[in-house]
Ligand binder design. Structure first.
Ligand code: TYD
Ligand code: MG
Length: 453
């Protein structure tokens, strides 16, 4: 039999080579290759075209029962999942350290246990006493959650075989260790092997399994991107640690859409649900301020009003101007600046530009282009955008304002919060008493704001 070779596995993307390299040839990350034992040594003599069993093929319209759903009772969590946890499924929750993953899952576990479900919470990071202390702080000290501090997958599976559970939390998968593999916990092959065993157990036993995963600087689940393929649902828990609000976003969901989010605020008694996120991001807005614009962002099908703030500082000629962005894509800002300069004649090239999305919110909606442009024009000209207006629309490089999805939904949310003007793409209709101004080109917005004819 061929001897198992050593191999080098990229801790970022999971690709393997037999020679060490400074840079991963697949994902281009540096210094991510770590020596690990090869999992199996395949013999080239095997012929896969022979000796298999035939598989019974089915039709698409065959009757199959809907998967059983389990609501945890935290509405924002259930919503992000697309209607609760699915029995026999695996969910991965990724997020920065300290963002509140353990808190959220302990709250969900406590609720489910109180509702009569059998719940097992395995912590590989904290001692049972620490988890217990947190549960008391969350006023869940009396919830019948079965708690253990463990990292050996073999021990965990043995325990789960005895105690059938409806809901199992593994916090975190990076601390788990399978003795079938002799690499350190947290390496790709360890995480993959541990997850595989735990997921198989969940599918067999019908438990809803939740794996907590740490996230690297660039926002991917640390090491095992491979993990995302193995689970049914991937949720990202996002937010700035210095701000109190958190967003739970479905990145992948085999049982529902990925367009729903859950919004939470971290408080003294754990994560509270935020049913009306717009009110959270629009706090403390004061009158007409140059550079401040309200943008109706869309999170899936849910509108969230956020404030876009811009500041421009004219520099003495010669100095290199700074461009700093918080909460938006800096490439996109460069594009909007270029369009303003090339198509509308606004000379911002020599000015420093700062852009901030208030409340630590991260904007990904392309309809933010026009709101950002309005904030920049307003900051640059020191003319405020009316404080009762919302602005949205996508920009093309030619300076056209493009229509965006769900304009009525955005306007309705704005009307609900007392706004009375909507500036956006041409052709949209006013709703609920909001007066709309449509722009075909960015130049028209510039003319309006600068009072040019
Ligand atoms: P935690 O759930 O441990 O984060 P993660 O598991 O994602 O690493 O949450 C850690 C932070 O949350 C910690 O800095 C303290 C804060 N926190 C509160 O503000 N209020 C609370 O009630 C709890 C339990 C935690
Ligand atoms: Mg934790």
């Amino acid at each position: 039999m061929a001897k198992a070779k050593r191999q080098y596995v990229c801790q970022n993307c999971g690709s393997a080579t037999y020679r060490w390299q400074g840079q991963c040839a697949d994902c281009g990350e540096w210094n991510t290759l770590v020596e690990e034992a090869a999992e199996t040594a395949f013999s080239a003599k095997h012929d896969l075209s022979k000796g298999g069993r035939t598989i019974a093929l089915e039709t698409l319209d065959a009757a199959s029962p809907m998967p059983e759903r389990m609501l945890c009772g935290i509405a924002e969590f259930d919503r992000a999942l697309g209607g609760g946890f699915v029995a026999g499924s695996a969910t991965l929750i990724g997020g920065d350290p300290g963002i509140g993953k353990s808190t959220l899952l302990l709250q969900a576990a406590g609720r489910l246990a109180k509702a009569g479900k059998s719940v097992v919470y395995i912590s590989g990071e904290e001692a049972a006493a620490q988890v217990r202390l947190r549960a008391q702080r969350l006023e869940l000290g009396d919830a019948p959650v079965a708690l253990a501090s463990a990292t050996s997958v073999r021990d965990i599976l043995a325990t789960l075989d005895r105690q059938t559970a409806d809901f199992v939390v593994i916090d975190s998968i990076q601390t788990m260790h399978s003795d079938l593999i002799d690499s350190a916990p947290g390496t790709v092959s360890q995480v993959r092997a541990s997850a595989q065993e735990l997921i198989r157990h969940a599918k067999d036993s019908g438990a809803a399994l939740v794996l907590v995963g740490h996230v690297t600087k660039d926002g991917t689940i640390a090491g095992p991107r491979v993990l995302e393929h193995m689970v049914d649902t991937v949720l990202a828990f996002e937010g700035e640690r210095s701000h109190q609000y958190r967003i739970l976003r479905a990145v992948k969901n085999r049982f529902g859409g990925t367009d729903e989010i859950g919004v939470f605020a971290m408080g003294d008694a754990g994560l509270g649900e935020v049913a009306n996120p717009s009110s959270l991001f629009l706090t403390d807005r004061s009158g007409d301020v140059p550079g401040s614009v309200v943008f109706p962002a869309l999170e899936g099908t849910r509108p969230v009003l956020v404030e876009v703030q811009a500041l421009t500082v004219r520099l003495a000629s010669g100095a290199t101007p700074r461009r700093a962005v918080v909460g938006w894509d800096s490439g996109r800002l460069a594009m909007v600046l270029a369009v303003l300069e090339a198509r509308c004649g606004l000379q911002m090239g020599g000015a420093e530009v700062y852009l901030n999305i208030a409340g630590g919110y991260r904007l990904t909606d392309p309809a933010a282009d026009l709101a950002v442009a309005a904030a920049l024009i307003s900051a640059f000209s020191e003319r405020p955008v009316p404080s009762d207006a919302i602005v949205f629309g996508e920009l093309s490089l030619s300076g056209e304002v493009r229509p965006v999805a769900h304009d009525a939904l955005r306007l309705r949310e704005a009307a609900k919060l007392g706004f009375s003007r909507g500036w956006g793409p041409k052709g949209m209709k006013g709703v609920n008493g909001i007066g709309v101004t449509g722009f075909g080109r960015l130049g028209e917005l510039v003319d309006l704001m600068l009072g040019r004819d």
